[in-house]
Design a protein around this ligand. Structure first.
Ligand code: PLP
Length: 464
């Protein structure tokens, strides 16, 4: 049997997703025409030609003005933006009386809204898992500046999941009179681990607010906000369907938005602002959190993208990702040098239980020495493979995976010349070779067997 036959035998449900192959041929033809092996879906999704055409057609056949007026061109923009907003809520099955959709520039901007305006205070807590993206880690700076205590719950090797008893103990430790926030990723952008969505209810029952970072989860997993009710859920649309970039959203419970208090206002965020009267009245969410002019030409393309995902169907996307990741894991683990030394180390779950299609990997030679990323990158690029190297803005998971201790980090960061600034390269000199991180391979919407097999062949070429 050849590799494809073996794959289909072991992952027979892949064939139920064959419509995606058809869509790829028609709507993503450039991928194969240009010989791309795209394996960086956690970095960014890919767009279909039909999305571009639908968007271009819309722009070609209308005149759109700034939505902050009531004239005809403005009204057309407002209508499309508000339709897109409604559709985003509908897509995530979010009841409109309970959730609000705030358009932002990306997931990071959505996170910043929460960080800036959450009522952290002395005695309050900001609790977060180690495997958060830096844009979630960054909220700790707002929390500690306002006197809240910041606590990280470590992820644990080999699976890079957390100890749930520890989480529960931390959730029970809080002051009732305070605002306390728990943040965690629904799917880690480092390891692909999917943390239980049940934590949302568990934390809320104890009086916590919950920020669920859905940026890496929603591209291949359905999120139903009538079932799971995080207080704040940031995401970036380009990660789901590639186009447009520059638009994200904060989906938030109306009650949770009422807790946020901003220390500035901007065009569009007030009902009335006065210079002589030295006063302003904040608008309600979403307007209160959408600074200045929205990206009103691109926001309609969000609805086009979401409808595109809807037409393909999460069931097929999810199934395909499960099959391809399962095969990738199995084949990579089986690669051994002639002396029996494994070629790869994969950080995170080695089976498909509660994980998505993101793999963090390192490669080793027959003596057990790490193969340099520079060499991997060169050979990967030569083969047209798009993968990501480093820590992927997720230092907590990376430090645990690569066993970089706090002592090692403090001794590096406390060197006089690194007190103010440190470059990537300096950091690598401090912690070398662990500081070079890992290789991230991620599958998504349009991945196929040939993509993952090309990566397995590339890995196989590193065997001695
Ligand atoms: C889990 C997660 N959260 C947040 C972000 C930030 O997204 P953006 O860079 O689009 O703001 C990313 C991006 O990689 C991510 O993977």
């Amino acid at each position: 049997m050849n590799a494809l036959e073996l794959f289909l035998k072991d992952f027979p449900t892949y064939q139920n997703t064959s419509r995606i192959d058809e869509i790829r041929r028609m709507d993503y033809a450039i991928l194969d025409q240009q010989g791309h092996i795209y394996l960086d879906y956690t970095g960014g999704g890919l767009y279909a030609t039909s999305q571009l055409e639908a968007h271009q057609e819309l722009l070609r056949t209308h005149v759109f003005g700034n939505p902050h007026s009531y004239n005809p061109t403005s009204a057309q923009s407002t209508e499309l933006v508000e339709n897109a907003r409604k559709y985003v809520l509908q897509f995530f099955n979010a009841p409109e009386d309970e959730y609000v959709c705030i358009f932002t520039q990306n997931a990071s901007a959505a996170l910043k809204i929460v960080g800036e305006a959450y009522p952290f205070g002395a005695g309050c807590r900001y609790l977060l898992t180690f495997d958060n993206h830096n844009s979630v880690n960054g909220i700790r700076e707002y929390a500690s500046a306002r006197g809240a205590s910041v606590t990280y719950i470590p992820v644990i090797l080999p699976d890079l999941r957390i100890n749930e008893a520890q989480l529960s103990a931390e959730l029970h430790r809080h002051d009732d009179g305070c605002f306390n926030l728990l943040s965690y990723p629904a799917q880690s952008n480092f390891s692909g681990v999917q943390h239980p969505l049940e934590w949302i209810e568990q934390a809320q029952a104890l009086g916590w607010d919950v920020l669920l970072d859905a940026a890496a989860y929603v591209p291949t997993n359905r999120m139903d906000l009538s079932r799971w009710k995080p207080d704040y859920m940031p995401l970036s649309f380009y990660k789901m369907f590639g186009y447009p970039t520059g638009v994200g959203a904060l989906l938030a419970r109306r009650s949770a938005m009422k807790k946020l208090s901003r220390s500035w206002f901007a065009g569009g965020t007030t009902t009335v602002a006065s210079v002589r009267g030295n006063k302003y009245y904040p608008a309600e969410a979403p307007a209160a959190f959408e600074d200045g002019t929205l990206d009103y030409l691109n926001i309609p393309a969000v609805e086009i993208g979401l409808r595109h995902i809807q037409a393909i169907g999460y069931e097929a996307i999810h199934e395909r990702v499960l099959c391809l990741t399962g095969w990738l894991l199995r084949e990579l683990i089986s690669l051994k040098h002639s002396n029996g030394t494994p070629l790869v180390k994969i950080y995170g779950p080695l089976d498909m239980e509660a994980r998505g299609g993101t793999l963090a990997i390192n490669f080793y030679d027959a003596t057990g020495k790490l193969i340099e990323k520079r060499l991997l990158e060169k050979e990967g690029n030569r083969r047209g493979i798009s993968i990501r190297m480093g820590f992927f803005c997720n230092p907590g998971a990376g430090e645990v995976a690569l066993d970089i201790s706090s002592d090692e980090l403090s001794s590096c960061f406390s060197r006089p010349r690194y007190e103010e600034r440190i470059s990537d390269l300096d950091f690598q000199h401090c912690i070398d070779p662990k500081a070079s991180g890992a290789v991230r391979v991620s599958v998504g919407l349009m991945s196929n067997f040939a993509d993952v097999q090309a990566f397995i062949d590339f890995a196989g070429s590193l065997l001695e």
